[in-house]
Design a protein around this ligand. Structure first.
Ligand SMILES: Cc1ncc(COP(=O)(O)O)c(C=O)c1O
Length: 406
């Protein structure tokens, strides 16, 4: 059987994402001295510049931390530095990840309450406000929410969540997971009143997995003083010390730091606003394609309200009688494109298209084009639902025409 999959493979999953060649090359050098010079030499400079530039990306004057960890590690760091066993946290459900963060807290001895939601819509700020108004003794110490839930494809309105907390006059810490949204859509930690933000290297930051980021504002740093859960590895206070070795509680992740330095240089060279605009356009193009394909009835957007669909990943929910696996298998086996699978509650019921990180128009159109071929060959399109990829290209062309005209 013919295979059209030879050539560069496309990894169109929502993390880890494609690592740019420049970032891969930046890692391709020998290790350097982790103690070099009184202040750690070149590596210390890289660490300090990365910590500073992470502040620019999180948009905060607070302190930033780099852990040798994945996103789960960053989650644990946030909880360990601010809470004690027996504290209560409120987890806002809009998919898998805030709930997963809460599950981690439960294993640490934290009492976890869930603000129930569905996988098809964003957290409702009014529901949050109502719950917080009931908490007259301020038993809830922290509110956990994701900006983009990578499983459901939903985006939460963080300023509206902060406004709900303020309206209820509630003093809890606001902790936001930006693992699937940082450098993909706007995030303004200080302006939005976020106390702790979490990020990871492997999505919008275009690096290999392995670095977890935490940004902590003054209220979170104050909470560190009474945090009973803190252990040596996560401790912000040790990492605030000057010695380089302390900043990582041991050997620094030398090559991942080379990668991070390069990836942030690339983001700044493009301009953060342009990076966000690129994501918004590629997301718009994906939505244009899906809107056409959905007319065929095999699947539709998982998130029902268009305003609540995320800029970095689109989750497609299969209709009754349709399975996502043949689509993914065809794209992978025949066309060299890996689409994201449905996870958690959407396992076996959904698939995902990532438009996140180091991706441009031809990469996205390649992915959408492969999907269009798969839908056609698998008999999942009819006359009404052909032409999704053309709709995506048309969306981008319209944008470029309007830019030229203005
Ligand atoms: C929004 C979000 N939070 C947390 C995580 C967990 O990160 P990790 O798998 O790096 O531990 C992920 C992973 O995909 C995610 O998308």
């Amino acid at each position: 059987m013919t295979t059209l999959g030879h050539g560069r493979k496309f990894l169109s999953i929502p993390g880890p994402t494609t690592v740019p060649d420049e970032v891969l090359s930046a890692m391709h050098r020998p290790a350097i001295d982790i103690y070099g010079g009184a202040h750690g030499g070149e590596l210390m400079e890289i660490t300090l510049s990365c910590l500073k530039d992470l502040k620019a990306i999180f948009k905060t004057q607070g302190d930033t931390y780099i852990y040798i960890a994945n996103g789960h590690g960053a989650w644990e760091a946030a909880l360990a530095n601010t809470l004690s066993a027996g504290d209560t946290i409120l987890v806002c459900e809009s998919g898998r990840f805030a709930v997963g963060w809460g599950d981690m807290g439960a294993k640490m001895g934290i009492d976890v309450e869930r603000l129930p939601g569905t996988w098809r819509r964003a957290v409702d700020p009014a529901q949050l406000e109502a719950r917080l108004r009931e908490d007259t003794t301020a038993k809830i110490k922290a509110i956990l929410v994701v900006q983009i839930d990578t499983a459901s494809g939903c985006v939460n309105d963080i300023p509206a969540i902060r406004a709900a907390m303020n309206a209820a006059g509630h003093p809890a810490l606001l902790m936001v997971d930006t693992i699937a949204s940082l450098a993909c859509m706007p995030f303004e930690m200080d302006a939005w009143g976020v106390d702790v933000a979490i990020g990871g290297s492997q999505k919008g930051l275009m690096c290999p997995p392995g670095l977890g980021f935490v940004a902590a504002g003054p209220k979170a740093k104050a909470a560190r003083k009474n945090a009973g859960l803190v252990t040596s590895y996560w401790d912000w206070e040790t990492r605030d010390l000057e010695e380089h070795y302390r900043k990582y509680c041991g050997t620094p992740p030398v090559h991942l730091l080379f990668a991070l330095r390069k990836s942030m240089d690339m983001l700044f060279a493009e301009g953060l606003n342009n990076v966000i605009e690129r994501h918004a356009l590629l997301c718009g193009a994906t939505h244009a394609a899906v809107t056409v394909w959905a007319k065929g009835g095999a699947f539709d957007f998982n998130v029902t309200d268009p305003a609540q669909r995320s800029a970095s990943v689109t989750t497609l929910l299969m209709s009754e009688g349709h399975k996502p696996e043949p689509i993914r298998a065809f794209c992978f086996d025949q066309l060299g494109v890996t689409l994201g699978l449905g996870i958690g509650d959407l396992s076996g019921k959904a698939f995902r298209i990532a438009h996140m990180g180091h991706v441009n128009a031809p990469m996205l159109l390649g992915t959408l084009g492969a999907l269009e071929i798969a839908l056609d060959v698998l008999g999942m399109t009819d006359a009404s639902s052909k032409g999704g990829n053309a709709a995506a290209a048309g969306f981008l062309a319209d944008h470029l025409k309007s830019e030229t005209a203005s």
